[in-house]
Design a protein around this ligand. Structure first.
Ligand code: SF4
Length: 466
């Protein structure tokens, strides 16, 4: 689980490698990830932000993360610059907890978090959480970026941030016309940017991250499935796939810059196995002897050949998300995948040699809230081949703005705890099953922040101790 202010010692930068040239000598601009380096360096949104600054000819990248907090100061990873003295801060806020961390970091750096009282630095925040709930950060950030950034927008931002003569007002004026920019306090409607055919890949290859030394490549954006609880399907219902040729070209380019350095590749998309050329992409990397890993896949649309290729790319386990054990309830939650598809997928994976699967389940929603639902889960798991080890991960459903569940409240914590107890008891004899339950406290914090307003972080900040 992501941390709320549990920073550790400074990351060892000698264990990372910048895969593309970064400019230096321009105006220092802060690229801030308000969580641990471990997560930031596994986040393609943060890599994209670092590229925006690091590849601009008039800006120099200074990264900041939780580990930048040293005593009363917040110092950049690169050259130890003081965050409080930076002119511009660009922040990637991907998750709810990160927005609270942002408050802490600003305070620690001696920066006034209230934009109306602050003269400097200028703060622009973007990232998935900002896009989901822009109003939560609207008292802190001078401007917000909603959605994904296109090449034109990147160029315009690089130009603006490399001009040291621009005042706060002139920066705002110039930002106004950029697609995806939302300026708090202005009447302009929020517009989410979704450029087609623009994709990201890792800027750094780093050891101390969630995906150690893995080169991440985005192969698709958007999802057509609109599961009722999911923000991705609601915010980005159109899908844009990266062309296989582009994937190969980008990889060959990095390989030619750093021969043999990249040994494992993570292909990132909301539903990566739906990529129309996924088999060709896997085949290509397999031929090159690279290990490939995919984010969570959709059981429907897989087949034996797909799993054989995944095995050939040295993937040992895979992840699917049935969400709830009953087929009808699954459909009610918007996840229209029949049981038969799930068990066919497991059988195909098994015959390709997979013996380990991870499955995500929700709790506190239709299909996963009663004793009958737990019995249904037990029956569901009885159909999983005996020689497959199953890791089950349970998280309470968090109603988020913009989704079909936005008007709901969070399920009661006592009910979830009771359900967890029943699940543990009912599956205790299953030796091939391992259970993992997410921290309830964290999910309630997420709910509160995601459904909050511009005052929420200020109120919560008063109630939390570092
Ligand atoms: S849960 Fe997965 S399949 Fe459903 S809308 Fe979200 S990304 Fe798409």
């Amino acid at each position: 689980m992501r941390s709320i202010l549990s920073s550790s010692s400074a990351p060892d930068l000698s264990q990372e490698c910048a895969l593309y040239p970064l400019s230096c000598g321009g105006l220092p601009v802060a690229s801030l990830y308000p969580n641990a380096y471990f997560f930031g360096m596994s986040n393609l949104g943060f890599h994209a932000l670092c590229r925006l600054v690091g590849e601009g000819s008039g800006t120099t990248l200074e990264r900041f993360c939780l580990e930048s907090m040293k005593g009363k100061q917040v110092r950049s990873l690169e050259r130890g610059f003081d965050l409080g003295r930076m002119r511009i801060i660009l922040a990637t806020v991907s998750y709810e907890e990160d927005s609270l961390n942002l408050m802490h970091i600003l305070r620690r750096a001696g920066i006034e978090p209230d934009r109306k009282k602050r003269k400097s630095p200028f703060i622009l925040a973007g990232g998935s959480f900002v896009t989901i709930a822009p109003k939560v950060l609207s008292r802190i950030a001078d401007a917000l970026y909603l959605g994904y950034m296109g090449n034109e927008e990147k160029k315009e931002l690089q130009e603006i941030f490399s001009d040291k003569n621009l005042s706060r007002q002139s920066i705002l004026k110039k930002l106004e016309s950029i697609k995806g920019i939302f300026i708090p306090g202005e009447a302009k409607e929020e517009n989410i940017s979704f450029p087609l055919n623009i994709f990201e890949q890792s800027l750094y290859l780093a050891r101390d991250t969630e995906f150690s030394r893995m080169y991440l490549m985005e192969i698709g954006r958007g999802c057509p499935f609109r599961c009722r609880f999911c923000t991705t399907g609601h915010l980005y219902p159109h899908v844009s796939w990266r062309r296989a040729e582009d994937v190969f070209e980008v990889f060959d380019d990095v390989e030619s810059r750093h021969p043999g350095k990249v040994q494992s590749i993570g292909l990132v998309a909301p539903v990566p196995n739906r990529h129309p050329d996924i088999k060709r992409i896997l085949e290509n990397f397999c031929r090159k002897g690279k290990a490939v890993s995919l984010s969570s896949i959709r059981a429907a649309g897989t087949d034996k050949e797909f799993f054989q290729l995944l095995r050939a790319c040295r993937q040992r386990s895979f992840t699917i998300a049935p969400e709830v054990p009953g087929e009808d309830d699954r459909e009610r939650m918007g996840k229209k995948i029949a049981d038969a598809e799930i068990f066919r997928c497991l059988e195909d994976a098994r015959s390709a040699g997979f013996r380990q699967v991870k499955m995500y389940f929700l709790t506190g929603c239709e299909g996963m809230r009663s004793r009958e639902d737990v019995t249904c889960l037990e029956k569901f798991l009885n159909k999983v081949p005996d020689d497959m080890r199953v890791k089950l991960s349970f998280n309470p459903v968090v109603p988020k703005p913009g989704t079909s569940l936005q008007k709901r409240t969070m399920p009661l914590s006592a009910d979830i705890k009771n359900l967890m107890k029943q699940i543990r008891k009912s599956l205790s004899r299953k030796t091939n099953v391992k259970l993992k339950f997410g921290s309830l406290k964290r999910f309630y914090i997420q709910y509160k922040i995601a459904n909050g307003d511009e005052e929420t972080l200020f109120e919560m900040f008063g109630g939390l101790k570092e």
